[in-house]
Design a protein around this ligand. Structure first.
Ligand SMILES: Nc1nc2c(ncn2[C@@H]2O[C@H](COP(=O)(O)OP(=O)(O)OP(=O)(O)O)[C@@H](O)[C@H]2O)c(=O)[nH]1
Ligand SMILES: [Zn+2]
Length: 215
């Protein structure tokens, strides 16, 4: 099956990513439109789920979600990803308007097999950041530059972003995606991920205290 784009004149072609096709995606919360994109340099297939219309120009309720196969698909309780994904889709459905970008940057960019290596090191005592360092990686290798052309393709100019990560807000702003407001997304703290979440707060700057969920 060819991955020839449906609209070859799409502006995203010049931005390192190309729109390929879209379809309806019924979920337990709403029927979203699923947009598929391909990244030129890596061949990675990135996704967006959108709901409603954006031509009024008002900031759009959004989640920029990084792939976590273990949390998103395999129900892992080691992190908060699966619950964040579900809650974000639910909130977008409640509002009847919004977008979720699903970026294929597994393991904060180190990939799935290296994330398994990192989890193994965490079982031996390292925290999530130390484990990345022991494997020779930085804290967080993610890159958000593809978000702007993906959002442009859908006619979205600015976001109300569901995240606890101020670095993500700053990176999007730097890449020309205005974040009008940050909406906390604090879900699924449990006995398996308490240390992980505490390390994110202490070393990666995530806003995860109960007080951070207000506002
Ligand atoms: N390298 C590594 N990656 C992890 C680990 N646990 C989760 N991840 C990955 O981290 C990414 C999610 O990042 P998080 O830091 O949980 O959240 P965030 O996207 O920065 O912030 P939020 O928007 O608040 O969710 C996904 O790509 C996961 O696969 C870990 O222990 N090590
Ligand atoms: Zn996860």
């Amino acid at each position: 099956m060819s991955s020839k784009p449906e609209s070859p004149s799409d502006a995203s072609i010049d931005a390192g990513i190309e729109f390929v096709a879209s379809c309806e995606l019924p979920t337990p919360w709403a029927t979203f439109t699923l947009h598929g994109f391909i990244e030129h340099d890596t061949g990675k297939e990135h996704l967006a789920l959108s709901l409603g219309t954006f031509d009024d120009g008002a900031p759009v309720l959004a989640r920029v979600h990084s792939e976590c196969l273990t949390g998103d698909a395999l129900f892992s309780q080691r992190c908060d990803c699966g619950a964040q994904l579900e809650t974000a889709l639910q909130k977008i459905a409640e509002e009847g308007r919004g977008v979720l970008l699903y970026l294929r940057q597994e393991g904060r960019g180190i990939g799935l097999l290296n994330k398994i290596r990192a989890y193994r090191l965490q079982e031996q005592g390292a925290d999530t950041v130390e484990a990345n360092h022991q494997l020779g990686f930085g804290d967080d290798l993610r890159d958000y530059t593809l978000c702007k052309p993906m959002l442009q393709h859908m006619g979205i100019a600015s976001l109300r972003l569901m995240t606890n990560n101020p670095r993500k807000v700053a990176a999007l702003g730097k890449d020309g995606v205005p974040v009008e407001s940050r909406i906390p997304l604090i879900v699924n703290r449990n006995r398996f991920n308490t240390r992980y979440l505490d390390t994110k707060a202490e070393k990666l700057g995530h806003l995860l205290a109960a007080a951070d969920s207000v506002g």
